[in-house]
Design a protein around this ligand. Structure first.
Ligand code: PNS
Length: 161
């Protein structure tokens, strides 16, 4: 049984992330979506909120779990018995950063392989930061994100009642 960890900030998750989850779930026996809770970035949603949105969006995939993690990704993967880290690659600008992370993760734990899945064409330019900007400025993001995320972004844009 091969377990893979798909890690990211997911602030918030987009349809591109969901596409990678679904494709990874078809290749690996078990996929753990790992939500980085200490990424050093200022996040719009708490780690708990990001986990909740992803759990709702992934509910139909029986071999997919969602968890927040702290500390090194390779340590989380090892604790979970994962032999693979899955990352999505969109455009060339992703490649350099992801390659560096894969290099360091391999140095830290050579037993864990990083596997890249190319983004599907409709999702190549989807970016959480742009989604947040559109939502903040009152635009509709329904076509770019799962329903659970769209709902939370709308609530967030409306502000406290
Ligand atoms: O969606 P992102 O911002 O590309 O996700 C980044 C994430 C959470 C995958 C990355 O920050 C991460 O792996 N954090 C854990 C810390 C770690 O293991 N660092 C050392 C190797 S890069």
């Amino acid at each position: 049984m091969t377990t893979a960890v798909f890690a990211g900030s997911f602030d918030p998750a987009t349809n591109g992330h969901l596409d990678v989850v679904e494709r990874a779930a078809a290749v690996f026996d078990r996929v753990i979506v790992a939500v980085g809770s200490t990424t050093g970035k200022q996040s719009l949603f708490s780690a708990q909120e990001r986990v909740e949105m992803l759990r709702e969006a992934c509910a139909d995939h029986k071999n997919v779990e969602v968890e927040a993690f702290e500390g090194l990704l390779v340590d989380f993967a090892e604790r979970k018995g994962a032999a693979v880290i899955v990352k999505g690659l969109r455009c060339m600008s992703d490649f350099d950063r992801e390659y560096q992370m894969a290099f360091h993760n391999r140095g830290l734990n050579p037993q864990i392989e990083t596997v890249f899945l190319m983004a599907s064409p409709p999702h190549i330019y989807l970016r959480s930061s742009v989604i947040k900007e559109i939502a903040r400025l009152g635009g509709s993001v329904a076509q770019f994100v799962p329903a659970a995320v769209e709902k939370r972004l709308r609530e967030r844009a409306r502000g406290p009642a």
